[in-house]
Ligand binder design. Structure first.
Ligand SMILES: [Zn+2]
Length: 327
């Protein structure tokens, strides 16, 4: 998601899956009882931030997106002598994460890996570099950090002075073309860049010993996809390649952790979006017609949000398919 992402108000989820419906009823009832609600919520909209050890020495911080969107999911991996953090997040969430890491180990945080340049993933870099860490990203994201990244950061300093205050922008200083391996015999983490997905520089963190994949926003669990910097054709290709990994657990960029099936679900959104919009273009429909009539029931079952709500993605794919957008 971009720095200035403001989640759209989601409609109450329509749950067709009976087991899920009972969950949603329970959650909504709980919200009504506790008076926290006002909107219906569900499994696809994390309402709390949780920290879980997903494998020995591997931690996943799932970040809440409702009632307030506070940033991206993060992780950290404890090596023999140091810690690798996955996603800097916003500056205030970087501070929160450092506190959480300190509850699990006193080893130094030596690296922070940004899956991509967006502010909700990377703007907190300075909180880590200030304590001696090196920020890492894929080489294809370097130009994005140096343009859109810093522009977004400067903008946020104006609009969100409380969080950004007097921080300086800390770009990554360690870039890798396709793959960077950290392996000390206890932990192995492969940072991998497959190609243009959510941004041109997306990379993921693959932990082969545990079968865990941290995907950044190349794969999310819920209505969090932002295509503005994407390339949906290449994105589908990247997801297909990721499916070849022997994955047991996915820690996505936003939303709940899931099993490998999440890659197929994420891919299905872009495949169907392209199919439905492509067909409508062939029938001579305008983008405004498509925005009104598009229907992807599976998307609502997955995310609780009607596919029509994300008009940006519809417009983006329309432009891609009509050639108005350079690939
Ligand atoms: Zn993003």
């Amino acid at each position: 998601m971009p720095t200035d992402f403001t989640p759209e108000p989601h409609p109450a989820p329509v749950n067709k899956h009976p087991a899920r419906r009972s969950w949603a009823v329970a959650i909504v009832t709980a919200l009504l009882i506790t008076g926290v609600g006002g909107y219906a919520s569900g499994w696809f909209v994390p309402t709390e931030t949780t920290v879980t050890e997903v494998a020995p020495g591997v931690w996943f911080r799932k970040t809440q997106t409702k009632p307030e969107f506070i940033g991206c999911n993060q992780g950290w991996i404890i090596f023999k002598d140091f810690v690798l953090v996955i996603e800097a997040n916003f500056p205030n969430q970087a501070e929160e994460l450092i506190k959480e890491v300190r509850k699990t180990t006193d080893k130094p945080i030596r690296y922070v890996f940004d899956t991509h340049y967006h502010g909700d993933h990377a703007d907190g870099n300075q909180k880590f570099t200030a304590i001696g860490a090196t920020a890492i990203a894929s080489e294809n994201s370097k130009a994005l950090f140096e343009t859109n990244g810093i522009q977004g950061f400067e903008q946020s300093k104006k609009t969100n002075a409380k969080v950004y205050a007097d921080l300086d922008y800390a770009k990554p200083s360690l870039y890798f073309p396709k793959k960077l391996v950290l392996d000390d015999g206890t932990q192995r983490v492969e940072l991998l860049h497959y190609g243009h997905a959510h941004t041109a520089g997306d990379a993921v963190a693959w932990l082969p010993k545990h079968g865990i994949l941290f995907t950044g926003d190349a794969c999310v669990n819920g209505a969090f996809n932002y295509t503005g910097d994407g390339n949906t054709e290449s994105w589908i290709r990247v997801l297909t390649e990721l499916q070849e990994l022997p994955i047991k657990k996915i820690c996505p960029g936003h939303g709940e952790a899931a099993d490998k099936g999440l890659l197929a679900t994420q891919k299905r959104y872009f495949v169907e979006l392209r199919e439905v919009i492509g067909k409508a273009i062939d029938e001579g429909k305008s983008v405004d017609d498509i925005k009104k009539t598009i229907d992807l029931p599976f998307y609502e079952e997955w995310t609780g949000t009607n596919v029509k709500m994300n008009t940006e993605n519809i417009e983006f794919v329309f432009k891609e398919l009509t050639g108005a957008k350079k690939k």
